[in-house]
Design a protein. Sequence first.
Length: 270
Amino acid sequence: MDLGLRDATVVVNGGSKGMGRAAAECLAREGARVAVLARGREALDETIAMLTALGCPDAVGLPADLTRAAEVDAAFAAVGERWGALNALVNAAGPTDVGIGSFEAIDDAEWAATLEVGLMSAVRCVRAALPLLRTASWARIVNVSAHSTKRQSPEIVAYTAAKAALTSFSKNLSLSLAGDGILVNTISPGSFLSEGMRDYLRALPADRGVDPDSLEDAMRVIREDFGHPAHLSRAGDPAEIGPVIAFCCSPVNSYMTGANVNVDGGSDFC
């Protein structure tokens, strides 16, 4: 299916790793011009080289710490100078090294850090992007939340709270921006073998017998440690979520707004 994204302008924050990178790759394959926002220069450069090799007509990497409003504003100012308008914003950055642990194990500083990345990074990016989105002939916002907001685990209390706040923010935006014709949707991934999950698997004791690159082992650990099984016997590959995000970014998605789309291997029914 042609998603109508050729020459569309898209910003993906958190686009140098995991699901954000998968989204950037899929958007590039569809012919969109893609800007990636991330902190790490090395990963950012490598991602832009990959997008360019895919034929992305105008791939650009913009280093930005999304917890710093001035850096976010500067990145979107650069987008405005380059393109003049923005068709889609994907908020894929999320807490990966904070917010994991039981309630008693997480102090105020970690709660604040988790909310900074899990919620406020998207708030800052939407605020900075809105003038450019309103200038475009059509515009979309896609926020990447998590299925754990629907099925809680005591070991990810802060992470889940941040993602729940993002889901609520996204729903409210869909209402407040409907008059501008800006469609806002949420993607809620289930158990995916993201970079954060790989790091978690690598840190497990050797006697667990876990291969950090195995989708089956990842699902086994997710089931055992977090109580989140799924009908499919494996975790998701980040590449499997890119097309879902790309569709929600596209003009082909012309009547879906305020939705929360599960991509979870059937875990909603377990």
